[in-house]
Design a protein around this ligand. Structure first.
Ligand code: ADP
Ligand code: MG
Length: 186
C-alpha cells in the first residue's frame, strides 16, 4: 500500500508545484496593474491654445538655454546647464565618452525626458509649451539601432500614410548625425 501511495505522490507533487507557480504569476499580474495605475501620465498630446504653425520648424534653429536634466528627482544631474545655439541647416556632431549625455540631449529635443531647469527653443518656439504630438511629428530621428516595422518598405517610410507615392520617390534624406528636419529636404 505504501509503495502504491508513494508512486502517486510524484504526480501530486508535479501538479502542486504547477498550481503554486500559476498562483505566483497571477498575483504578480495584479501587482503590475496596481503599479501601473500610479504612473503619472505624460504631458498633453496637443495643446489647442498653443499649436505651432503648420510649417514649423521653418529653419531648424535650435537654441538650448541652461538645460539641466536628471532622470529622477533624487538622481544626480546628467546635463549640467548646457547653453548653445545650433543654426538651422547646420550639420552638428556631438561627441563625448559613453554616459556623457549625448542620447539624453537628443531625448530632450523630443521631450522623452523633461528638463529639470532650462529651455529649448526650436525656431523661437519653446518646445515645453506645445503638445507632444505637435513636437514629435515635426522632428525626425535616425536611431542608433536600426528598426523596421513589419510591413512594406513603403509603410516603413511613411507609417502614417500622409504622402503620395510620387512624393516619397522625390524625397532625399539628409542624415545629420541623429536628427533630421524633414522640411529641409524639400
Ligand atoms: N533612463 C535612464 N534612467 C536613469 N539614468 C539614465 C537613463 N538613461 C541614461 N541615464 C544616465 O545618464 C547619463 C548619460 O547617459 P546617455 O545620455 O545615455 O549618454 P551617452 O549617450 O552619451 O552615452 C549616464 O550616466 C546614464 O547612466
Ligand atoms: Mg548614447
Amino acid at each position: 500500500m505504501a509503495l502504491s501511495y508513494g508512486l502517486s505522490l510524484n504526480t501530486s507533487f508535479v501538479s502542486f508545484t504547477q498550481s503554486q507557480c500559476n498562483l505566483g504569476n497571477q498575483i504578480i499580474s495584479v501587482e503590475r496593474v496596481s503599479q501601473y495605475m500610479d504612473i503619472p501620465s505624460q504631458a498633453a498630446e496637443v495643446i489647442e491654445d498653443n499649436r505651432p504653425l503648420p510649417d514649423w520648424p521653418q529653419n531648424g534653429n535650435v537654441e538650448i538655454r541652461h538645460l539641466k536634466i536628471r532622470y529622477r528627482i533624487d538622481a544626480p544631474l546628467v546635463l549640467h546647464g548646457i547653453t548653445c545655439n545650433f543654426e538651422g541647416g547646420d550639420k552638428i556632431g556631438i561627441v563625448g565618452r559613453t554616459g556623457s549625455g549625448k542620447t539624453t540631449l537628443i531625448g530632450a529635443l523630443f521631450r522623452l525626458v523633461e528638463p529639470d531647469e532650462g529651455k529649448i527653443f526650436i525656431d523661437s518656439v519653446d518646445i515645453s509649451m506645445i503638445g507632444l504630438h505637435d513636437l514629435r511629428s515635426r522632428l525626425g530621428i535616425i536611431p542608433q539601432d536600426p528598426t523596421l516595422f513589419q510591413g512594406t518598405i513603403r509603410y516603413n517610410l511613411d507609417p502614417l500614410g500622409q504622402f503620395s507615392d510620387e512624393k516619397i520617390w522625390e524625397v532625399r534624406f539628409y542624415t545629420a548625425n541623429y536628427v533630421v528636419f524633414p522640411h529641409l529636404t524639400q
